[in-house]
Design a protein around this ligand. Structure first.
Ligand code: C5P
Length: 234
């Protein structure tokens, strides 16, 4: 089995509307969690200042902007993100090889660039609407192969895709997995969920967990329960 160090494998999604709320969570959880995800909601509200503030608190940042634009624009945005000092950034692999190569060329340091294949909110109907007639798994694998051959560092994947991706790419890529629900939490709008334990067993490198922690009345208690559940693994 892969070696498991749960604390370093959990990324808390700061899906809150303001800098104040985000920094309050970082302060509350900082002794337990060292990696936080800043996504479109918080970034659009607070801009790069919130990224600098979380980094200044001593944490690592996964900037989940899911970039998808013309290659030159993506390259420049990647350059800005790497200058901010974040550890991981997402791009959409549907942007194609030229855009992915431009993203990688835009990076100015060792920031990891992760590819999004098919969003976990999408189903086959969504693929049909956008002109893709293949099954979701085939399309995920096709996009992941495109990303790996053009040099990305990892992918964001649904928990149910982990095994397929590990079988195809081994340890060549990082696999970062949202859609995680501890057994005691509500699934919300996430449809095909796994527990933290199941996802790490399947081979995930990092788990992204939002609402089970962020909307819990006692976020530290939620983290403690997750660690308890995982400690049985190590
Ligand atoms: O609250 P929850 O644990 O569902 O949060 C999951 C986080 O991961 C959210 O920030 C969401 O935007 C993100 N995400 C996702 N599915 C993807 C990519 C990112 O749920 N395919």
């Amino acid at each position: 089995m892969r070696s498991i160090v749960p604390r370093e494998k959990i990324i808390v999604a700061l899906d809150v509307p303001t800098k104040a709320a985000a920094l309050e969570l970082v302060a509350q959880l900082g002794s337990e969690i060292s990696f936080f995800k800043i996504g479109l909601q918080l970034y659009t509200a607070e801009g790069p200042e919130i990224v600098r503030a979380v980094l200044a608190a001593g944490a690592k940042v996964f900037l989940d902007l899911k970039l998808h634009d013309i290659p030159n624009t993506v390259a420049k945005a990647v350059e800005s993100a790497s200058q901010l000092g974040v550890q991981m950034l997402t791009i959409h692999l549907t942007g194609g090889a030229e855009m992915i190569r431009a993203a990688i060329a835009g990076r100015k340091n060792n920031m990891s660039i992760l590819g999004v294949t098919v969003l976990t909110s999408a189903n086959e109907q969504t693929l049909r609407e956008t002109g893709v007639s293949d099954k979701i798994d085939n399309h995920v694998l096709r996009l992941a192969k495109l990303g790996v051959t053009t040099g990305i560092d990892g992918v964001v994947a649904s928990p149910h895709e982990i095994k397929m991706l590990r079988a195809e790419f081994g340890d060549q890529i990082k696999i970062v997995v949202p859609g995680i629900r501890p057994s005691w939490s509500e699934p919300g709008d996430q449809k095909r969920v796994m527990t933290p334990r199941e996802a790490l067993h399947a081979g995930a490198d990092y788990l992204v967990i939002g609402r089970p922690i962020v909307t819990h009345p006692q976020p530290r208690e939620a983290i403690a329960r997750i660690f308890d559940e995982l400690s049985a693994l190590s």
